[in-house]
Design a protein around this ligand. Sequence first.
Ligand code: UT7
Length: 311
Amino acid sequence: MNKNYIKLVTTGRYVPEKVMTNDDFAAFLDTNDEWITTRTGIKRRHVAADDESAIDLAYKAALNAIDNAKYDVNKIDLIVVATITNPMKSPSIANLVQAKLGLNEHHVMTFDINAACSGFVYALEIASSMIGSGNYKSALVIGAEEMTSILDYKDRGTCILFGDGAGAAILEPTDDPNYQVHFYNGSRGDDTGILWIDPLVKMDGREVYKFATDIMPKAIDQVLKKANLTLEDIDLIIPHQANIRIIQSVAKDMNLPIERFLVNIDEYGNTSSASIPILLDEFKQKNKAPKRALMIGFGGGFTWGAAILMV
Ligand code: UT7
């Protein structure tokens, strides 16, 4: 079996019910709906309940993925969670999801990774490689964030951007060559504090914007080259949701209609590592037939993640 053939057998998501609108921010900050909408595309974001953390969001997204396919949870032997908002240094969220799923008596490897908004794509590469090694047969990969727990609500340039949520996918090996996966994940160390969480989000928005609009088309080109494919071979593009203007700029740069990109930023804002798997699950619940997707993320670190896979 070729080690790069990976099948997404199910996906799921969980987004908290509570919503914060742009007008809610205008009640305590010098901002307004018009500024936030035109500069970012964001109208609402979902906010975890007081008794909910990124651990709960991750677990609920995993349960949803399992329920959606009536998946046999006992098959899972690897759990990787991409997150920057675990309320604890240890245990990892992945480790706690194992316990909540009742898998403590099973042989499962669990760990979290920190690659900010590129985290889910990084986690997909890690899980795919581990499946490719032949040692794992069923990987639960989650992106989960309670971004609202690390926001400075006095900083109008950052706090209006982010929301909470989680998305999950289960991966298995397959011998179907159509399911070859390709990645172009990388990083450029941010040792000057352009986008740091220490302990709250601090960001030079313009610099991050420049980085994003520069790296996204480059990473898309690189992953297409690695896959020996062109944009014509791609059915859908799943971009990280940070700012609608960033997605529009990438579309323009690549001569693509904006309709080729999945977008839900108006409803959720930026959910960091959860944004790509939430979009993925929204798509999969409406489109069951396998499609070739290109995922493209960027984020703090700096990091970027590009993937081509069947979803
Ligand atoms: O996942 C990665 C996370 N981060 C990102 O992706 C962020 C990327 N950057 C961006 O999305 C944009 O840079 C922002 C949305 C953060 C800011 O948009 P911008 O068009 O780059 O605005 P700016 O920072 O250049 O600020 C323009 C003006 C400033 O006022 P002055 O100096 O011109 O008087 C800001 O103080 O807008 C002001 N401003 C606001 N005004 C109303 C900044 N935030 C707000 C706000 N409401 N919330």
